[in-house]
Design a protein. Sequence first.
Length: 392
Amino acid sequence: MAPHKKLKISAVVGTRPEAIKMAPLLQCLTAVPDIETHLISTGQHRSQLDQVFSFFNITPDIDLELMKENQNLNQLAARALNGMDALLEETSPDLLLVQGDTTTAFAGALAAFHREIPVGHVEAGLRSGDLQNPFPEEANRKLISTFTTLNFAPTYVARNHLLAEGVDPSSIITTGNTVVDALYTISNKVTELPKDVAQAVISNHRLILVTAHRRESWGEPLKNICSAINEIVRRFDDVEIVFPIHKNPKVRDVVFKSIPEHKRIHIIEPLDYFDFISTMKHASLVLSDSGGVQEEAPTFGVPVLVMRKTTERPEAVNINVSKLVGTDTDEIVTQATAALSDSKFADRIARTGNPFGDGHASERIVSAILTWHSGKTPYLSERESFVFNKPE
């Protein structure tokens, strides 16, 4: 009798958010005896990736080491495509998993398509409706969908985006977002404020966490955000603002020029992910242009003001867990004032729950993959799929 052939699955990650969202899924996959899993790292966020891999006890099988100084998007995409093509030719997996909307995910999906290897897209179906916002992520995720065999949509909103684009309904599985799985693993291990943050802030003051780094925020929008920070700290004498600043000079130059030194504004170097989550857990309010923060903060009942013109994650906005405020200084200040003046805002968020997941997304994805591999349609029943935000 011929030996049983394992299902070969390769997964590719390049950035910290990809690693965080792929890690709980990789753990679930490796727990299945009939699955052989290989992790490919492109190394876009080198030190940050290493920290995530170490925490989740994951080791990449290969590192493509794609990053070079001053590399533009086309150069990165070309190197990623060539590197992935050679690797896929050598390993020939039965399925390639990509996550999200990065250059790594797009290049990996395209390389797999050219090799006629099925693609599973984790976090499929997010759409802002504007190719320039966020850039280049909106284009990446739309392009990835054209190559995808298994679309793991995190919510029914994402599922409906795919259906509206003509994606085969039988290829879409609504799973929840794996970032919530990761947060459940992390949460009990990050209970205290990071030492450097705790030493900087006054303990009985309210903490506001700020992140701003996206390309769409560069220039005038970022100046407006800084002006809003200055005004918020002027209006409220019991708040401490912690702003981990991105390494990009286009961000740092504006922030350091626009925010004068203030004893309650703490512009610090980037926090590692676990310190960042710990800081978020202790925050009374988050101001952010990040996509991931919109998914993470509701788990801890922390309100978020989304400083962008549009969001591909409207689920939290739709249930008033977060607010889309743009980058106008007056609007940011107005909404921050309202949030800080509403003592019951965080309690309402905590009762509402996280609209992006329940901590079981990875299990659903593995179940769907095994069903697909057996030749069946990988549809999950309503009991099995993530239905928090299913339309009535």
